[in-house]
Design a protein around this ligand. Structure first.
Ligand code: GMT
Length: 375
């Protein structure tokens, strides 16, 4: 496809699906010979610092006595314009609208007629949480319309966006992808390192924000009533102190194993048996997809875009939101039946490979870039 492009990728560096997706997209675009410039306040947590064709461009928030908190957005806008001018960028791709789409819009004003097209990919809470806030709404409406193209990671997020905003152009749905890294540590060795034997192991990877409803997940886990036959592994991308009281108050201290700052997640998925989520909203749920690529079925609530990722009863169990007793039954069913886990896991892997492959998703983004450049 076409000539090699110079692409500026904007994303949050913190642990979260949008940063993971943007980083992985950057790596894949670079592997195809495109030049990728990642602009963020620090390297996104999964960015490989030595990846050929990928350059990290730091944007430094400004602290000043008159500001109550550091200003991130205006220095980011200035930096985007600088990078665009210096490297003759062809496309700006903003992942997560706040503040990236607004910063890209300001950068375009700074650059003037030579400014490259801006693509915005919406990831979830930028719309359903921040987008709904009066503090952002009219600005978001404006800058989304000023984007040359808006994409969403699921049909559900597209619907939610259209409920909140009136956009002049069609939103495209480009789902997430995940390509697992090679597993480098055996299942047994990982389990040993976690002090887990042959118990059934549920895994949850997230930034533990309140939208993840760790409280409901623990209730569902407890409702399964499996005692010592099961353990729950939490790969925590945030301070765990906020969930420790929840674990202790349910008497689950010995059942839950927490790993902090796990940037390499594949070994952990390969040592686990199914993924567990109780989020009240997920535009997609990249964690479920990561597990699927490792042949893991899932248990979660049927919220947001999760039903587009999981085929209910085939690759995982989808339960009504907040129904922790049904969640407990589904957990117990999977935990008690190794053949069911392996059948559903095989279907999960194949669904992930078919519907959410890196090649198809990268092609879709490249087509979007090309179509906007051609205008
Ligand atoms: O879910 C998070 O806590 C992080 C958030 C983000 O933007 O970093 O994730 C969102 O984007 C992911 C990648 O597109 C999706 O898989 C998550 O479902 C989505 N989270 C929510 O919608 C709550």
């Amino acid at each position: 496809m076409g000539e090699h492009l110079k692409i500026a990728l904007l994303c949050h560096p913190t642990v979260g699906g949008s940063g993971i997706l943007a980083t992985e997209l950057g790596h894949r675009l670079a592997d195809r010979g495109h030049e990728v410039f990642v602009i963020s306040e620090r390297p996104p947590f999964r960015l490989k610092d030595d990846h050929p064709n990928v350059t990290f461009c730091e944007s430094t928030p400004v602290e000043f006595p008159l500001f109550k908190s550091p200003d991130h957005t205006l220095p980011l806008a200035t930096r985007i314009a600088e990078v665009c001018r210096e490297h003759r960028i062809d496309i700006i791709h903003a992942h997560y609208a706040i503040p990236h789409t607004a910063a890209a819009w300001i950068a375009k004003e700074l650059i003037g007629v030579a400014a490259p097209p801006v693509i915005t990919t919406l990831h979830g809470t930028d719309i359903v949480y921040l987008g709904a806030m009066p503090e952002y709404r009219s600005l978001l409406q404006h800058v989304l319309n000023a984007s040359n193209k808006v994409t969403c990671v699921s049909r559900n997020l597209k619907e939610r966006t259209e409920e909140l905003f009136t956009l002049d152009t069609e939103i495209d749905v480009i789902p997430n992808f995940y390509e697992p890294k090679p597993v480098t540590v055996s299942r047994e060795a990982i389990r040993q390192s976690l002090n887990i034997g042959d118990e059934v192991l549920a895994i949850h990877a997230s930034n533990l924000r309140s939208i993840k409803r760790i409280d409901l997940m623990l209730d569902g886990y407890k409702a399964a009533g499996l005692g010592e036959r099961m353990k729950l592994l939490i790969l925590a991308g945030a301070d765990v102190s906020r969930i420790l009281p929840e674990i202790e108050s349910r008497g689950l201290k010995d059942d839950v194993v927490i790993v902090d700052d796990a940037y390499e997640v594949d070994n952990y998925y390969a040592a686990s048996d199914f993924t567990l989520y109780a989020s009240e909203y997920e535009s997609f749920c990249l964690g479920i997809l990561e597990g699927m690529r490792h042949g893991l079925p899932s248990v979660s609530f049927a919220v947001g875009g999760i039903p587009e990722v999981v085929a209910d009863g085939e690759t995982g169990f989808l339960l009504p939101f907040e129904d922790v007793s049904s969640m407990g039954e589904a957990i117990a069913r999977l935990a008690g039946d190794a053949s069911l886990r392996s059948e559903m896991g095989a279907r999960a892997r194949s669904r992930a490979e078919t519907l959410f492959s890196a090649d198809a998703v990268v092609d879709a983004y490249l087509q979007t870039y090309e179509s906007q450049r051609a205008r």
